[in-house]
Design a binder for this molecule. Structure first.
Ligand SMILES: Nc1ncnc2c1ncn2[C@@H]1O[C@H](COP(=O)(O)OP(=O)(O)OP(=O)(O)O)[C@@H](O)[C@H]1O
Length: 291
């Protein structure tokens, strides 16, 4: 979907004038962007640009200094995320996330990790009573559903044959996919992934790409992705937003962003005064290509 043509009904997440100050450092400065329903939106930028801080504001880990973050569910319900505590952002607004460093229960099996993710739903079904847990009422039906859902995501993550192994025994790339599968077991409308391809080899990155494309196709979940691995970003994203020093410098399709001189200059670490020079060079190269 093109960045310019989205209607307001398509907007799942709207970030407006977001700012986050840490003491004297303005980590995010008047940053606005939109993520459309059904899209994979990538948030990229050089180290320290503020990407994780934006994620932390969206998911309630930080309360922004200023700005509004609106999540529009498909049901029509609207949530102002900057006003909600993190557990309500997960449970009610249905925003799930993964972290830069893997946070699995490494002593539990792969399947158990996916069931733990559904703990809240199961406890509600038990009515928080022992009788409920013993199978009277809705609990047994919900427990069966939880196992079905875990199986579904095990298959999608290509982990069925490792279901009974401790999560800590999986290769790195498989642990990354398990984390994402675990987040999917909470039924999110928005899945925020913080550098899912970090540390993966090229083959594992390809498997990850397929998995993320599968999520977009099979689940009603949109993805917001922070990623340094451009082979992942350019391959699977519908829309790319670029941050530099806490401010937006580009917001467009992967192809346009890839050729944007300001983005190239930011990644090369060029001083502001030299940006014009880089722009001229890139334009010159592009003219050469088009000839
Ligand atoms: N809790 C905090 N306290 C103080 N400064 C912070 C805090 N969190 C982030 N920062 C600062 O805010 C800036 C943005 O950091 P952030 O981690 O959001 O960048 P990033 O784009 O995610 O970087 P990377 O790609 O290296 O992960 C950095 O200068 C960082 O040191």
């Amino acid at each position: 979907m093109n960045a310019v043509t989205a209607s307001t009904d398509d907007i799942l997440l709207k970030v407006e004038h977001l700012s986050m100050r840490f003491g004297g450092l303005m980590a995010i400065n008047d940053f606005s962007f939109e993520a459309r329903r059904g899209d994979i939106t990538a948030l990229i930028g050089p180290n320290g640009a503020g990407k994780t801080t934006v994620f932390n504001c969206i998911t309630g880990f930080y309360k922004p200094t200023m700005g509004m973050i609106t999540l529009n569910q498909k049901s029509g319900k609207q949530f102002l995320l900057e006003r909600l505590p993190d557990f309500r952002i997960t449970r009610e607004a249905k925003v799930a996330r993964t972290f830069q460093n893997i946070r699995l229960f490494s002593g539990l099996t792969v399947l158990e990790n996916l069931l733990v993710a559904q703990h809240n739903k199961l406890m509600r079904a038990s009515g928080y009573t022992v009788l409920g847990l013993l199978g009277i009422g809705k609990y047994s039906a919900e427990a069966k559903n939880a196992i079905e859902l875990a199986r579904f995501w095990l298959e999608k993550a290509n982990l069925v044959d490792r279901a009974d192994d401790p999560a800590g025994d999986l290769p790195y790339g498989a642990q990354r996919r398990l984390e994402i599968a675990r987040a999917m077991c909470t039924g999110p409308e928005l899945l925020c992934l913080d550098e899912p391809a970090a540390g993966l080899n090229p083959r594992e990155s390809l498997v990850l790409n397929e998995f993320l494309r599968g999520i977009r196709k099979d689940a009603d979940t949109s993805i917001l992705l922070i990623e340094h691995d451009m082979s992942v970003v350019m391959e699977i994203s519908d829309h790319v937003v670029v941050l530099e020093y806490g401010q937006k410098i580009a917001d467009s399709t992967p192809d346009e962003v890839k050729n944007d001189p300001r983005v190239i200059a930011a990644y090369l670490g060029v001083e502001d005064a030299e940006v014009e020079e880089v722009i001229a060079e890139v334009e010159h190269l592009q003219e050469g290509e088009n000839r």
